[in-house]
Each structure stands twice: as structure tokens, then as C-alpha cells.
Design a protein around this ligand. Structure first.
Ligand code: 5GP
Length: 141
């Protein structure tokens, strides 16, 4: 089990050094309420084994996190009376990651909330689509 770097805020929560509103815990994951919720019930799921982000976590650890996300979604939805849920993880400062410890946000949604997480852009032109598709397929080789 990898330990978080000293002082890491979610590492301190996991060790019990800092308090949190725990909603679920098992041998691989820990889930607690976000202290600045976007909506009531906004929950964070983290692996017990430290990874800074999704790329540093093993497939098994990720699977455990997603299993916890999957398990909590209906429970949270029912508890707060949400109509939908947004699940996301930010990777890197440019993406808005503020805590360097892998975490999945579970954000209960309503049709009337004003959360703007994703706005579609312009329709993808054919030529650009082919170019980027090719570049990504090439990177996968
Ligand atoms: P990020 O911006 O890295 O994707 O999300 C970090 C999240 O952690 C934010 O939604 C923020 O409100 C939450 N957060 C930051 N510090 C604490 C804390 O000390 N306790 C809890 N429960 N949540 C925190």
C-alpha cells in the first residue's frame, strides 16, 4: 500500500489525522463528503493506496475506486433526491486538480442547478477529425 507524501491533505484524512464526513469505507477505498460541495451529497472517492492521479494508479486500484463510485451513486442519489449524477476526476493543474491525490467526484445533479462542468464546442471539421484521430491512434501503437 503506497503512502501519500507527508502533509498531503487526503493522506491526512485517510490516516484520521484530519476529520472527514466518511460515507463509505472498505479495504481499498475511502469515500467522504466534499468540504466545498457543488451540490448536497457531493462525495469524493479515493484509493487507500496513494496515487497522485489516474495515470499513477493500477488497473485493479482504479477498478476498486469505480466499484465504490458505482455502489455509492444510487445511495447518494436516493439520500439527496437527485435527478442525475456527474462523475469526474481531474488530472493535472491545467484540468483543475487542486489536491494531488487521485479522487473521483460524485456530484448529484438536478435539472435546475447551474453547474457548468462541460460545454460542447464547435462541430468537429472532417479534416481535423481525421488528423486528430490519426494522431491518437498513432500514439497508441
Ligand atoms: P479537485 O479540484 O482536485 O478535483 O478537487 C478537490 C476537492 O477536494 C474539491 O472539491 C475540494 O472542495 C475538496 N477538498 C479540499 N480540501 C478538502 C478537505 O480538507 N476536506 C474535504 N472533505 N474536501 C476537501
Amino acid at each position: 500500500m503506497r503512502q501519500a507524501p507527508e502533509g498531503n491533505i487526503f493522506g491526512r484524512i485517510l490516516s484520521g489525522e484530519l476529520p472527514s464526513w466518511e460515507v463509505y469505507s472498505d479495504d481499498q477505498t475511502y469515500a467522504f463528503l466534499d468540504i466545498f460541495p457543488q451540490n448536497p451529497g457531493h462525495t469524493l472517492v479515493i484509493p487507500r493506496s496513494y496515487a497522485e492521479n489516474i495515470l499513477e494508479s493500477s488497473e485493479a486500484e482504479l477498478a476498486a475506486c469505480l466499484a465504490t463510485v458505482r455502489r455509492l451513486m444510487p445511495a447518494i442519489t436516493e439520500a439527496v433526491g437527485a435527478k442525475g449524477v456527474t462523475v469526474l476526476t481531474n488530472t493535472g493543474i491545467a484540468a483543475g486538480q487542486t489536491v494531488p491525490y487521485l479522487h473521483f467526484h460524485i456530484i448529484p445533479r438536478s435539472t435546475s442547478d447551474s453547474i457548468s462542468i462541460y460545454n460542447p464546442g464547435e462541430q468537429l471539421p472532417d479534416e481535423e477529425g481525421r488528423r486528430i484521430q490519426g494522431a491518437i491512434r498513432n500514439s497508441l501503437k
